[in-house]
Design a protein around this ligand. Structure first.
Ligand SMILES: O=C(O)CCC(=O)C(=O)O
Length: 206
């Protein structure tokens, strides 16, 4: 069943300056000598329609984790298309455009639904790092803007702060999954639900 969540999409959504799914506005932020993060503001123009479509149709699951001797629910819903699974056309289009741009085949997708400001994901790096040297992880943010923070994997204070939403694209690359951790923290003042479409590849470039 489609989750009931609150988020009022823009009435008039803007097509990005260079056209649909254009990389014209791309900015690359160097995190250090080995790691970087690409930002494309408003990459998906029709982000509110995509939010509604995924809310209604994605195969949402509530996952749980074993913590010591108790089972805890993950504080978000997820929809998973594992490696090689056929993506719905709206997600396949994003994967294809990103694959052309970055020279790897984005072949798995995890969509996260943060129902309100108490849903979150803790500091972590993506497990794909265990099988790929420098994996790329692409994230499209829909719905409410939420903080997306990075800090060195060894710990320490937050080093970079982003507030993606409105169809923004973030792509983590280089050694980011080895040397850096990221989080979407709880946010009491969140303006509603947020969705993130995360795309990963299972094979190295080339
Ligand atoms: O929601 C996001 O932007 C990040 C999600 C994430 O890091 C993950 O699912 O591993």
């Amino acid at each position: 069943m489609a989750p009931e969540v609150a988020w009022q999409g823009a009435l008039f959504e803007e097509e990005p300056a260079g056209g649909r799914l254009s990389f014209d506005g791309l900015r690359r932020d160097a995190l250090d000598a080995r790691s970087w993060l690409d930002v494309v503001p408003g990459w998906v123009g029709d982000h509110a329609a995509l939010f509604d479509l995924l809310r209604e149709r994605a195969p949402w699951q509530q996952r749980s984790r074993q913590m010591w001797d108790s089972t805890v629910l993950e504080p978000r819903l997820v929809a998973v298309w594992p490696t090689g699974a056929a993506l719905p056309p709206e997600l396949a289009e994003l994967a294809d455009v990103l694959s052309d741009r970055y020279g790897v085949r984005f072949d798995s997708c995890l969509v996260n639904l943060y129902r309100d400001g108490s849903d979150a994901v803790a500091w972590h790096a993506d497990t794909v790092r265990k099988v790929l040297r420098d994996p790329l992880v692409a994230t499209v943010s829909l719905g409410a803007r939420r903080s997306f923070l990075l800090r060195p994997a060894g710990g320490g204070p937050v080093a970079r702060r982003y507030a993606p939403g409105g169809g923004d694209l973030l792509v983590m690359g280089g050694a980011c999954q080895h040397d850096w951790h990221h989080t979407v923290p709880r946010e009491r003042t969140a303006s509603g639900a947020r969705m993130s479409i995360t795309l990963r590849h299972s094979r190295p470039a080339g």
